[in-house]
Design a protein around this ligand. Structure first.
Ligand code: SF4
Length: 379
């Protein structure tokens, strides 16, 4: 099967920069006529030459989005169940050095929060914890999943890197998707950003999506935190990772998330801010390279930006978001969230806006064969 780190090693940073800087507009124009793109084509679509042809790249991305996804947009919402974390990621509000109040929901509290989200209409939920394996253990997550499973059509996880056996346990319990942000694919930068804690292990994290696929996860997503590394570096590595996973595990739905770094508790200076034009270029390039892959855009982005990215390739967005642990139906919590959200729209408001833009909000995009009826879209 091979190993993604070996694939990545064929693309050292200098090679990526060289390809980008030497890409011509004629090459970009030719790539936009191709049906199947190679990784080098994707890299050329991230180049300055492609940036100058953004309208053309966007047009192609729009055609492909309509061809493979129509005007359907999947909706999910996150549920943070613990912000206790042993890591010290320099860019994160949950960093163990931040002396904020921490909250860890009991299984019953998690159920109450989940029930609240269910009653609002959510059917697709993403569970998040900090990295504290003794407290937010796989067994704890499995207990939460077992309890809330009847409420949701789909339960995803965005938690610390687990072993294949731990992913298997969660799959058996009812988890069908996992997302793992590598944050940056640059190992030296990664080591500096994650100085201590279990997350310091770059290779363990890099191989987590592979372990999740091997464990039988239906859907696996990858992503880098945009702003940490130079634009063409982590965007290319993320697309390459998704491309390799798609070919290695053809039965698994591989998706990409596109988080741009947000303000947070503590001090972190963003070294490589990604402006809106480059952000749009990334989404359009991803869609051209991976026409069938789900692209997820979170509420780190504004409603305006998220609405506009739908045409370029975004097919999954969150709604009714809080990045705090608890406080929706359990007692109000005074813990700060992991990061500041920009798009604060409720589920209803997101559905209405999508309808006004001519899109269908899909709350439940796959059917458990054992279930007979399902709400599939916003009323
Ligand atoms: S990014 Fe995740 S692992 Fe790192 S400090 Fe924040 S919650 Fe913990």
């Amino acid at each position: 099967m091979g190993d993604f780190s070996a694939v990545l090693a064929d693309w050292p940073n200098a090679r990526r920069t060289d390809v980008c800087q030497n890409t011509t507009q004629a090459q970009v124009a030719r790539i936009l006529t191709k049906d199947n793109l190679a990784p080098v084509d994707f890299l050329r679509l991230l180049s300055p030459a492609a940036s100058d042809m953004l309208e053309d790249v966007a047009k192609r991305a729009h055609q492909l989005t309509l061809r493979y996804f129509g005007r359907a947009v999947s909706i999910f919402t996150p549920l943070y169940i613990s912000d206790i974390c042993t890591n010290q990621c320099r860019y994160c509000g949950f960093n163990a050095k931040n002396k904020q109040k921490r909250t860890h929901l009991s299984v019953d509290e998690a159920f109450k929060e989940a029930k609240f989200l269910h009653d609002q209409g959510h059917r697709n939920i993403l569970l998040l914890t900090g990295d504290a394996p003794k407290i937010s253990s796989p067994a704890y997550m499995a207990e939460v999943v077992s309890k809330i499973k009847p409420l949701f059509a789909s339960i995803g996880i965005e938690v610390y890197a687990l072993s294949e056996d731990e992913y298997s346990l969660l799959v058996k319990t009812g988890v069908d998707s996992m997302t793992m942000f590598q944050e940056t694919y640059n190992p030296e930068l990664y080591a500096w950003l994650h100085p201590v804690g279990p997350k310091h292990d770059y290779h363990w994290r890099l191989a987590a999506p592979t372990r999740a696929c091997q464990a039988g996860m239906r859907s696996v997503g990858v992503g880098a935190l945009l702003g940490l590394e130079a634009f063409e570096q982590d965007t290319f590595a993320t697309g390459l990772h998704a491309y390799w996973l798609e070919r290695t595990f053809p039965g698994v739905d591989i998706g990409i998330s596109i988080p741009r770094i947000c303000p947070h508790e503590g001090e972190f200076e963003v070294q490589h801010p990604v402006d809106d034009r480059h952000f749009a270029q990334y989404v359009a390039a991803l869609r051209c390279f991976l026409p069938r892959s789900c692209i997820t855009c979170s509420t780190r982005e504004s409603a305006y930006m998220r609405n506009h990215l739908l045409a370029l390739g975004v097919t999954r967005i969150s709604a009714g978001v809080s990045t705090k642990v608890g406080g929706r139906s359990t007692a109000p919590q005074d813990n700060p969230g992991q990061f500041e959200i920009t798009d604060k729209r409720s589920l209803t408001a997101v559905c209405e806006d999508l309808a006004n833009l001519g899109y269908q909000a899909v709350l439940k995009d796959w059917e458990d064969p054992t279930e007979s009826s399902a709400q599939t879209a916003c009323a």
